[in-house]
Write a protein that binds this ligand. Sequence first.
Ligand SMILES: [Fe+2]
Length: 354
Amino acid sequence: MARNDFPLSYEMTGELVSLFRQELQECNLQPGETVALMCDSRTNPHYPAAFMGAAQELGAHVFELRVPFFTSSTRRIVRAASDDVIPPRGPLEAMKAADLVIDMSTVGWLYTNVHNQILASGTRTLMVNNPPEVLRRLLPCKEIRERTRAGAAFLEKGTKLHLTSRAGTDLTFSKKGRKGIFQYGASDIPGRWDHWPSGQVACAPIEGSAEGVLVLDVGDIVLRVERYISEPIRCEFKSGKMVGIKGGGIDGYLIREYMNTWGDEKAFIPAHIGWGCEHRAIWIEQALPGPGGGMDAESFYGNILFGMGANYFVGLGGANVTPAHIDFCMRNCSFSVDGVAVLKDGEIVVDELK
Ligand SMILES: [Fe+2]
């Protein structure tokens, strides 16, 4: 995604201050708290500037950290989850000392030891890297908070997950003992991570438990390679690993290449599965000119979000450590938890989760 696609006018910063102040209030930022602004050399420069002004308006202390974009693990396929994104001394201690970290970096470090250590210190972290128009449209709201909390509580109680679709998906997982997590786009509790914007629930299936077939259907979205699928792709799972990716023309080819290029078997292990709760998300956003950001696709109401690869993140409780991570966003799926249908053909069917 072209994160450096931003206007160079100074006025854009001014336009964002009010929006970012609202988001900091959603994060329960209090006067006297400290905010760390985490950036790299490809961060949209308007974002830290506007957050600095917004945090000061709310009476908080604020400072900025900037690290290089290129590290030994940075690849063309960005979003490598690697500990060397953050230098081993300095930024880690500074972020642990802050109350709230606004992560505007363009290389992912969600699934890293560094991030887990920061959260363990009680610091709350918020990822912000979507375009301004998406941030504005999907500001956190009460409805999404309630819907995602209810969904995560429902998911947390379950042990067996079953995903099906008319396109041919028939896939089971165990999540025994794993958490149900909610994302509503604000980090307002000590030790919490979130990504603005978000509206979704998820869990990390037990590694080794996935069995069956996943069919990505026409119109589904594969993030990282930024593709809407144009012909069905059949992915087979055995003993918890994806063992075959068949069909799909150029889309299937790109997914196979993405998975294989890491040279890591752990890329083929499911990372997370859950559903989207955001009624304001727009499916077509990712296809419009300019950076889409990906969160409309992930959070779309009734969508299944299925991630592969890294899930080593204290919030999820996953155990898979790898730099690889790719997300499949799928409509029209049916999903059940311990035999109780949550989604039918892409519609949420449990009244208290609607
Ligand atoms: Fe993911």
